[in-house]
Design a protein around this ligand. Structure first.
Ligand code: ADP
Ligand code: MG
Length: 318
């Protein structure tokens, strides 16, 4: 006989919640940010067939569902505290649930983010997570703070997740070794939580790259009322992507999506502080452009020649 709703919750999702005043099991969880801290809240849903392929291993899906939410906390410079999990499940598949909970809770433990409640219903497979973090009052990194003259930085490398997705879809082929090298970028993104916190007081603006570099940079430019010049060749990419045709490299690095790296700006006078944050967080950062006073985004290559690229970012309704 399969598990009922409450046994399922008990078995897979009831956990001690040391960072909460009260964890799951009551009508509400209770959270208390430390004195002088603001609560940072973000939510993201993952829908089967839309955000993930039905073939993805359950533990990787659990990891990614939380990772994309932690990435939003990272982009604000917030420290994770807790999260809720709303699950809509087509059936009770215990092997799937065990794997999902394992991947989810391993990442939660890594970031000391407590599962404090949720909701469980039957329906198409949808995973909705809300994360709660804390950030010193007034210190959150926002999209609106970029100023003319600021450097534009990106963490890690871009484009591998999109390359892996194109290979999964059969739009291109990669040999087994190359596929194995890029697949973790798509299925096991690492949210840049430490980097986000280390950039408080250093970065003038930040966003996490979830829908593609150009689109997400566009959000920062719009919110800040500025423009930018970007060196398309300076955008860091891994060795597998670097061996692909130039147009595919541009597609993956500039409009790829699912990267979960941090894009941020900082005044040139703070370059040493940016590199200190890089060391503190153990995540490499690369300077890829400059904020300009005039509106619009101008792309150039390493030789300074203009690059024409459609600044399309991922949009679920287009
Ligand atoms: P209510 O009907 O009061 O909203 P539920 O019956 O939905 O409560 O849930 C019972 C308890 O189990 C609540 O404390 C809720 O937060 C928790 N819970 C439900 N689903 C999950 C889940 N997927 N993960 C973690 N906790 C859950
Ligand atoms: Mg409920």
């Amino acid at each position: 006989m399969s598990l009922g709703e409450f046994e399922l919750i008990e078995q897979y999702f009831r956990r001690p919640a040391p960072r909460a005043v009260l964890g799951g099991g009551d009508d509400c969880a209770l959270l208390a940010p430390a004195a002088g801290q603001q609560l940072a809240v973000s939510t993201d849903a993952l829908v089967e067939g839309r955000h993930f392929l039905s073939t993805v291993p359950a533990d990787r899906l659990g990891h990614k569902a939380l990772a994309v939410n932690l990435s939003d906390l990272a982009a604000c410079g917030a420290e994770p505290l807790a999260f809720t999990l709303s699950l809509s499940l087509p059936r009770v598949d215990e092997a799937w649930l065990a794997g999902f909970a394992r991947g989810l809770l391993a990442l939660a433990d890594e970031h000391e983010c407590d599962l404090v409640g949720g909701d469980t219903t039957a329906g198409p497979l949808v995973i909705n997570i809300t994360v709660f973090g804390q950030v010193p009052a007034g210190a959150a990194l926002l999209r609106s703070g970029a100023r003319p003259g600021d450097d534009i930085w990106i963490s890690g490398r871009l484009g591998d997740a999109r390359l892996a997705l194109e290979a999964f879809r059969g739009a291109m082929s990669l040999d087994g070794r190359d596929f194995d090298a890029v697949r973790p970028a798509l299925e096991l993104p690492q949210p840049r939580v430490l980097l986000g916190q280390a950039l408080r007081g250093v970065a003038s603006s930040a966003i996490d790259v979830s829908d593609g570099l150009l689109g997400d940079l566009g959000h920062v430019l719009k919110a800040s009322g500025v423009g930018a010049e970007l060196d398309a060749d300076a955008v860091p990419r891994g060795p597998v992507l670097a061996r692909q045709p130039a147009t595919l490299q541009r597609l993956c690095t500039l409009t790829g999506g699912d990267d979960y790296e941090l894009l941020f700006t900082a005044p040139p006078a703070l370059r040493a502080a940016v590199h200190q944050a890089e060391l503190t967080a153990g995540t490499a950062v690369t300077r890829i452009g400059r904020i300009a006073a005039g509106p619009g985004l101008r792309l150039h290559d390493a030789q300074g020649r203009p690059v024409v690229h459609e600044a399309a970012s991922f949009d679920h309704f287009r």
